[in-house]
Design a protein around this ligand. Structure first.
Ligand code: TYM
Length: 371
């Protein structure tokens, strides 16, 4: 029997059924008219929209209305710094960078070094705050605009957040967060308060600019519980409800499940030596058959193949070539060894380039962090 689907900010397990998640969470699908609208505004359709990687939303259409009406719009996303970043984390950031370029919008980026300290017994505050600055290098390497990107460390910038967090917290009851996040009596009181902190950057640009800003949050769908809570209280505090656009999860390289730092052999970290990443890919779970002879005769199955998923999500931009790859796999012409070796080459090239940019980012940190 397959494991039951669980999707929370702290745990994703079982086979994720995105249709069912939209129903459970009460979000809307990204429809063709919405895609057409984005194509018109951006001049083309980004890979992550074309391929349905960003698949669901709340009020994205309203956010576009605000933009087209000339109202101020902004972006907000974040990272829980509990270790090095992997490709799954980069996925929504690549798309966020696209949104920043198209909409010329400010991005507030929250590092929840408090959250990760509170939920991981083995991590100290020095660890999580240290990862804040290490993970910021990854964010900067994605190519965000230093004039329009503002990184917040919850621990170090608490003086910029606390007033708003108190206002949020005053309007959210324990029974609400218990229902949304599943807190129990044995959870520490820090994590019970924490959702108020993650709500704050939805409103911070409005406070800084002195007028209401329509905020869009691009992230994978695991973060949605925070926005359900925040949307409930936003108007009570005099702000707009934040809009969201939700991504699917980049799978890990093993059988089933999202890419997760807790399974390092099936995750590609941005700081992995390229050869190490290549080895992980060569060991990946594929949709191949037991023998080469069988595969030539029966073909492979890209729909369950993690290697194909990497081409699909990140490493084959060209739709025509992706279709050819799929066809060559299904027809038995392309064997897994060759397909993996090609992906490994692309990932190595990507990592070498990314790691160079990441090192260059070390002396740019000051330009990106909030004062
Ligand atoms: P964190 O560090 O768990 O994740 C950071 C971002 O990466 C996304 N993500 C993934 N996306 C695709 N495939 C995956 N395998 C994958 N794994 C993680 C997450 O959805 C997230 O967008 N509490 C948050 C930090 C945070 C935040 C935010 C995130 C604070 N404010 C606003 C998004 C938006 C956290 O621990 O994220």
């Amino acid at each position: 029997m397959s494991e039951e689907m669980v999707v929370t900010p702290w745990k994703v397990s079982g086979e994720v059924n995105y249709e069912r998640l939209m129903e459970q969470f009460g979000t809307k699908p990204i429809t063709k008219p919405l895609l057409d609208r984005m194509r018109r505004i951006a001049g083309y359709l980004h890979l992550q929209l074309r391929r349905g990687i960003f698949f669901s939303h709340r009020d994205f259409d309203w956010w576009l209305d605000m933009y087209e009406a000339g109202q101020p719009v902004g972006l907000y996303t974040g990272r829980g710094p509990s270790g090095p970043c992997h490709l799954g984390h980069l996925l929504p950031w690549f798309f966020t960078k696209h949104l920043q370029d198209v909409f010329d919008a400010h991005l507030y980026f929250q590092m929840t070094d408090d959250e990760k300290y509170l939920i991981h017994p083995e991590l100290t505050l020095e660890d999580t705050v240290g990862y804040t600055y290490e993970n910021a290098l990854d964010l900067i390497a994605v190519g965000f605009d230093p004039e329009k990107t503002h990184i917040i460390s919850n621990v170090n910038h608490v003086h910029r957040l606390y007033r708003l967090a108190l206002q949020v917290a005053k309007h959210v009851t324990y029974s609400t967060v218990k229902a949304i996040f599943g807190f129990t009596d044995s959870d520490n009181i820090g994590i019970i308060w924490f959702p108020a902190m993650q709500a704050v950057p939805c409103f911070i640009q409005s406070i800084i600019e002195g007028h209401n800003v329509a905020v869009l949050i691009p992230a994978a769908i695991d973060q949605d519980p925070y926005w359900r809570m925040t949307r409930d209280i936003a108007e009570k505090l005099g702000f707009y409800k934040p809009a969201q656009i939700h991504a699917k999860f980049l799978p890990g390289l093993g059988r089933g499940g999202k890419m997760s730092a807790s399974m390092p052999e099936t995750a590609i970290f941005t700081i992995d030596p390229p050869e190490v990443a290549a080895r992980k890919i060569m060991n990946a779970y594929t949709g191949g058959r037991a023998t080469a002879e069988e595969q030539r005769r029966l073909g492979g199955d890209p729909s369950i193949c993690t290697v194909y998923a990497y081409y699909y999500y990140l490493f084959e931009e060209d739709d025509k070539r992706l279709r050819e790859l799929e066809h060559r796999c299904r027809s038995g012409e392309l064997l897994c060894g060759e397909c993996k070796a090609e992906l490994a080459e692309r990932v190595k090239r990507f990592l070498r380039d990314f790691q160079r940019r990441r090192e260059k980012a070390r002396n740019q940190l000051d330009r990106f962090f909030l004062e």
